[in-house]
Write a protein that binds this ligand. Structure first.
Ligand SMILES: [Zn+2]
Ligand SMILES: [Zn+2]
Length: 147
C-alpha cells in the first residue's frame, strides 16, 4: 500500500510504501501540548520507507528515558510532521493526523491514559497503559516490530 500525507499547507509531503501501518494514541502532557489537542497520535514507520519532499525545521526535546527526540515541523505552517530519535534508531514516528487517509491506519493502543481528558472513553478490548507500555514484548507485537 502507498500511504501519503503532509503538513497543513502542503509544503511538506511524504510517501510511505509498506504492507500496512498502525498507530497509537498518547495522552501524556507533551503530546497534548505538541498537538494542541487532547492526545497525540503516532504512527511508527521505518526510516528507510519514509520518503519526504520539502524542508522541515527541527525542535529537539529530552525524553524520559534520557534520549533526545527531534521534532520535525513545517517552517511555513508549523504543523508537526514526524519525530525521530538519535543514535541510529531505524524507526521514526509520523504524526497520525498528517496522513491523507487516517482511517486506513488502525489504532492499536492507548498510552499514558492516566493523563487523558476525563471525557474521552477508551474502547473496550484495546490495549492501554497508565504510562509507558509495561510489556516491551506486547508492545513490539502490537506495532509489528521485529525483535
Ligand atoms: Zn506546511
Ligand atoms: Zn506522549
Amino acid at each position: 500500500m502507498i500511504f501519503t500525507g503532509g503538513c497543513q499547507c502542503g509544503a511538506v509531503r511524504y510517501t510511505v510504501e509498506v504492507d500496512a501501518l498502525v498507530g497509537y494514541a498518547c495522552h501524556c502532557r507533551e503530546c497534548q501540548k505538541q498537538s494542541a489537542s487532547a492526545f497525540g497520535m503516532s504512527v511508527p514507520v521505518r526510516e528507510e520507507d519514509f520518503v519526504l519532499t520539502g524542508e522541515t525545521l527541527v525542535w529537539s526535546r529530552p525524553t524520559d528515558s534520557g534520549g533526545i527526540t527531534d521534532c520535525h515541523f513545517c517552517p511555513k505552517c508549523g504543523s508537526r510532521v514526524f519525530h525521530s530519535g538519535r543514535g541510529g534508531r531505524a524507526w521514526i514516528t509520523v504524526k497520525g493526523g498528517s496522513f491523507d487517509e487516517l482511517g486506513a491506519i488502525p489504532l492499536v493502543a492507548n498510552i499514558w491514559v492516566k493523563r487523558k481528558a476525563s471525557w474521552i472513553d477508551l474502547p473496550e478490548g484495546l490495549p492501554q497503559w497508565e504510562t509507558q507500555p509495561q510489556s516491551l514484548e506486547e508492545w513490539k507485537d502490537l506495532l509489528g516490530w521485529a525483535a
